[in-house]
Unconditional design. Structure first.
Lengths: 406, 406
């Protein structure tokens, strides 16, 4: 008998029929003799609907109140799922984030989990209950409700798995797992049976929307294996964990991409200390999230600085940067909103320089011009023209033979 | 500066526009310099919608889970109202029933308030906040959420007014107050400026749906004046309190009626001890709520027993009573589903026997046959044919001169 944490996303509990389907899946695990804690998201579009309501009553809804409002969506889903289990003859109980002992700081709308007090959950498990926990939420020491921000329910599930010392955190959505590339672009893309935390983190940040990096990070820190699978099929999914076998590590694992890339280049900056700070501190204060940053080596004490942002933030970023460029005597600011990003990811690349060469030559053979290059230990990323991203993904998938079995 | 508790019903907060309207009303009280605690119901049909969802996932939704589910409706309304106040420049905070310190027993779906711990509310008031409390709910000592059942938000408001020693509990819905009769039946019916708890209780039980008797009882016990008024107009409403002036007490105050009356008569019962219990204990066990009970004096040790139930419960009641009637040697059971009830109410009737005579002669003049009569100290009720109820109300309203001013 082991303890398993499962998490079901909003599409998996979008209506009564799907809730009963999820209840049947949970019942199977219980029938196997395991102890089960389940984390649920709000049904379908509930969270968006609540946000709309809030914007109808106030131009700028108060964050504390918004958190309480949004937290009700997950509570509703948790009670309905519990009722469905009861009607199938299983003993179950729903717990809010507060009742489940999920303590957070008071940073409304993006609270961080500070501690898990598992006593109530363990008591309910000992009583034979399946425990259904409302995701995405916690409670401050003042007993005020908070929400965890983006990726919140995934984070709840991994944190509970860590706090309960669960064998695995199984995360179910409408996707079958992690693929060698986006199957909508590369039809022959394969589902990976396993992937390391590091690889998944690079994929999450570089284009994969399957699981939020915050949950993967937490899984890595507490060594919680995370299974990513579909709630609509019986396919085995992809296990994200730390003990990926040696041979599999020694390969490129997947091609990730991102079509939402805009670039700003500040041209002709006098190279002196403090220049980078003078640009990026005001951007951060304006709430603009900067992704890749590249600064070339300076020639004659003059350098160029390039960085990327989401397309939706390009105008705001230019408004911040242009006056600064003037004040630091840069020559000009150039914006480009029509870019994309393609990345080759795999822990196998760490000690093998041939991968970068193969990536660049593959893109060259496709007549794709590389505008920027950045790398991490297990990833090589090229910023290219938006219109060429899909061709690049397909070519790289072939070049690194990802269509062949593991 | 005094402390006022206000309560707004579901129709008053049914959409964003109405929520902003309620916020403006609250702001006026705050501008006057008073401290304000507001109790809200769930928006419009929210509670019914949640119940429908529950019935879609389970044939018989678990009561604990149903309470958690339903409690979210009032939480949503409380946060939206708080946001609306913020956007008007007022400091406000929403509290769930648990956060407001409303402790209850664990009788899910019909919990009783055991205690109010007002410390959090008083702290927020001291901080200058308008406090918005989610109605209809409380929390057990185990920190499990409960709901208070029918009339729940009214009860919350009166209980908070008692616990906070408020000057008045103002209860706003879409009705203007308490009338001398239902204005849909008697066009010349007048709104009463004030009414005693006892009179209101008789009216609530005997046909008025304006405020739940449970809240009125609580108001009487803790001597909390309750103002019943509309959130859509500036009319002064009706004050329910204990200090109604002597002269006003000495009158019939209103005509109440109820069209949902069915009657069962058990005919020819041998009059011996234990007969009544043998009928009414099984009815109670079957969850059937019996209203009026009349047993005539026995003649030759044979008596008839008549009682009324809601029309929807007539078939279930007959199924319980018919076998019992056989076993106690009664002659037969007769059911009649087409009845109504009309009542004359007023504390003035206590020491004045002429009122009953005037009621009976008025009905006689209208050719209305009286089937059953019951009385309390401040009420006379006649059960009559359903089709004659409206005529009876109009005739009695005229006969007792209720169209004239107080």
């Amino acid at each position: 008998m082991s303890l398993i944490v499962q998490k079901y996303g909003g599409t998996s509990v979008a209506d009564a029929g799907r809730i009963r389907n999820v209840a049947r899946r949970i019942a199977q695990v219980k029938d196997r003799g395991d102890r089960v804690v389940v984390v649920v998201s709000a049904m379908g579009d509930t969270t968006d609907d609540l946000i709309k309501l809030a914007n109808q009553v106030a131009e700028k809804p108060d964050k504390r109140e918004l958190d309480v409002l949004l937290s009700t969506g997950e509570v509703v889903a948790s009670t309905l799922l519990t009722m469905a289990l009861h009607s199938m003859g299983y003993t179950a109980i729903s717990l809010s984030g507060a009742q489940a002992g999920i303590k957070t700081d008071a940073a409304y709308s993006r609270a961080r989990i500070t501690n898990i007090d598992p006593r109530r959950m363990l008591r309910e498990l000992d009583n034979g209950n399946i425990v259904i926990v409302a995701g995405f939420q916690g409670v401050t020491d003042e007993m005020d409700i908070t929400t965890l921000g983006r990726g919140g329910s995934d984070t709840t599930a991994v944190a509970l798995a860590a706090g309960l010392d669960a064998r695995v955190c199984e995360r179910y959505t409408d996707t079958e797992g992690i693929y060698t590339a986006d199957p909508r672009i590369v039809p022959e893309a394969r589902r990976l049976n396993e992937i390391s935390y590091e690889e998944m983190l690079e994929m999450a940040t570089y284009g994969s929307k399957v699981i939020h990096p915050r949950a993967v990070e937490l899984g890595e820190v507490f060594n919680v294996p995370i299974l990513v699978a579909s709630s609509f099929t019986e396919n085995p999914g992809t296990l994200i964990h730390g003990e990926v076998s040696m041979e599999i590590r020694n390969k490129v694992r997947s091609i990730a991409h991102d079509l939402d890339v805009a670039k700003i280049t500040v041209v002709g900056i006098p190279d002196r200390p403090g220049i980078a700070a003078s640009i990026f501190v005001p951007l951060a204060e304006a709430g603009i999230s900067v992704d890749t940053i590249v600064q070339n080596a300076s020639i004659h004490k003059i350098t160029d600085l390039t960085f990327t942002v989401a397309k939706s933030q390009l105008a705001a970023a230019m408004a911040v940067v242009e006056p600064i460029a003037g004040s630091i005597d840069a020559r000009e600011c150039i914006a480009d909103a029509r870019l994309g990003k393609v990345s080759v990811i795999g822990t196998g690349m760490q000690n093998a320089p041939g991968y970068a060469a193969r990536m660049f030559s593959t893109l060259s053979e496709e007549n794709i011009n590389i505008q920027l290059i950045t790398t991490s230990e297990i990833r090589i990323t090229c910023i290219i023209d938006e219109a060429q991203v899909k061709d690049a993904v397909r070519a790289l998938h072939r070049a690194f033979e990802l269509d062949r079995g593991e």
